[in-house]
Design a protein around this ligand. Sequence first.
Ligand SMILES: Nc1ncnc2c1ncn2[C@@H]1O[C@H](COP(=O)(O)OP(=O)(O)OP(=O)(O)O)[C@@H](O)[C@H]1O
Ligand SMILES: [Mg+2]
Length: 366
Amino acid sequence: MGIQVRQLRKSFGGTVAVNGIDLDINDGEMLVLLGPSGCGKTTSMRCIAGLEAPDSGHITINGRTVFDGQSGTNVPVNKRHVGMVFQSYAIWPHLTVFENVSFPLDMEGVAPAEITRRVGEVLELVGLAGMDHRGASYLSGGQMQRVALARSLVMRPDVLLFDEPLSNLDARLRDHLRVQLRELQTQLKITSVYVTHDQREALALADQIVVMQAGRVLQKGDPIELYNHPATNTVAEFLGYTNVFEVDVVSGDAAGSEVSFKANGRRLQAGPAPGGNANSLCVCVRPDHVSLRALAAGDDAPVGNAIAGEVILASFLGSHMQYRVRTGEREIWEVLSADVAAGTRLGSRVALSIEPRHLQVLAKDA
Ligand SMILES: Nc1ncnc2c1ncn2[C@@H]1O[C@H](COP(=O)(O)OP(=O)(O)OP(=O)(O)O)[C@@H](O)[C@H]1O
Ligand SMILES: [Mg+2]
């Protein structure tokens, strides 16, 4: 059960939007499609919904084939039992909250008492209980998005599809609704596909993340596995590895390697180099894996796997300090430090140390 997508292809004129992707979404699981603008996330989702006719491939929802390129099967959108929530809320401003949410039930001819009961139930679920008679144009962005969510839930869909539903909201509301969505998803266990280009949202919401680029799948896995073991520099960069440098491997074995930075010849101890014959390699390091300490005057060669540099940005984020440190010709490191009391300032000389295993040597994408 759940959703299976096989060899899905869709082009628009000469543009190949989706280029042969496979997806497996388990029953009750939320799969997040993550990738840059134009990589084919929305198109993939619209093919699952039935809003877009694929060129070829095969899609099943809960064991039923809804699209098959070879036999010509193409179940229309209103027969697929999918609920959808988009970036634009698509709710009617001249109707009340109740009227917006009850609309699809009215269309189905559900009895009025049943409508009242089910609308009440979903409004409670999304935290809008008691707001039934409020005009939709008097709602905040977050409330409008919750009306849209309630309207898709009221039909008790087999599958929920979300296309960047939080991206029109301000940061605080987005954080708040993200947590609510995670709660709701774990409670209702509706098989869902969620499209975003925001890595934080992807990590927080997903049971499984699929990273896409240019119509193809780069890597899939559960959030923690993917975050700790990205396969290539592109995946690492999507997931917040802000320090990426091209390197050559000087020596190494299964336990670790020594790398040399292509830009300036810097040598560091790193994790093991990947197998296979990648044309080009990178080291990728998360900003929270770099530790920073003040250097005594004149000390320009810190011991260990460390680099000397100068702080060129210091920014207080509340729970963390964000630093940018220039360590040489074409070499700037991003650092996230939980030690907000350290008092390291702009212009300070510092040593950056990184445990070798946190310098992940990865194949560089073409
Ligand atoms: N109706 C359309 N007609 C022509 N080209 C389209 C159409 N829809 C999408 N495309 C093209 O297909 C590619 C994939 O688009 P898609 O909307 O799936 O990307 P996306 O990953 O959702 O991007 P974003 O993050 O910007 O929403 C893009 O190159 C886009 O320009
Ligand atoms: Mg899109």
